[in-house]
Ligand binder design. Sequence first.
Ligand SMILES: [Zn+2]
Length: 331
Amino acid sequence: MKSLSKFLAISCVLCLLTAWSPAQAPKQPDRQVAITIDDLPAGMSDRLPATAITEMTAKLLGTLRDQKIPAVGFVNEKKLYKFGEVDERIKALQMWLDYGFDLGNHTYSHSSLNQVGLKAWEDDVIQGETVTKLLLAQRNKKLRHFRHPYLDTGRDLQTRRQAEAFLVERSYRIAPVTLDGWDWMYAGVYEDAKKRGDTALQQDLVKSYLSYHDAVCAYTEKLALQMIGYEPKQILLLHASQLEADHIGELMDMLRKRGYRFITLEEALGDQAYSLPDMYVGEEGTGWFDHWAITMGKPPQGAPAFPQWVIDRSKALQLPQGIVPVAPPPQ
Ligand SMILES: [Zn+2]
């Protein structure tokens, strides 16, 4: 009798366990994200020798390739032209294709559509095609992706639409951004700390970079549900830097923990969210959730504040214009 009741008790527990899991376990959303990396061959290309750029590129791409994570790199060809280093810098770009990644255009000199005007910006787009187009053609591939520098898409709707028509005419698809943890801001401070051998600061920066990206993901996922009722295939913006070369693996682990799997930019762009009405215009470039929310007349609130101490350290370094944009931190 005693053993029968024990058997029944165990059976009941087993029944309950079977009944609860996995059918009633909280369902993890099927999250997907495409990785995009801007400012190739390197964000701080004028301060890095070509050998450092090559080393950084190999490390960054090695991690992504080993983890089978697709990525598109967006090029500023002006950064190739440093006396005595042109060949090696072009080889760093070539490495992206050799490793199986794709390349897109980010204008020749990283010019802002909002600052230079439509005509000069169009010229910068065209000038930014020369080498990248050639490298892609050698592999029977076409230059198809474009990313706006500073995410500046135009100060008025007419300019914005004219720029878009120009890009379509040249067979580009614009690469939007839905996840942006301002890694470039961390990257400048990290590079300086690394150069000075300040390992404590490097660790603090990496910890903050990972937790801020985590907070940006949590905020965006929630906002997506509120705004459009589902989480679209996301597009993450990163930059070619020493920070990413050293730590992108940990960032990818964080994304996996949130339930993300990695897809190509084309796959992400297949999401219907990227056809949502978008009338955003403004002095400052911003992500596509802001575009959609502002178009709907509901500017989003409650975005995680970027850590002030990183901004202060970045300002103190007085990084050259083009690395540190004039935009205020997201609030
Ligand atoms: Zn850029």
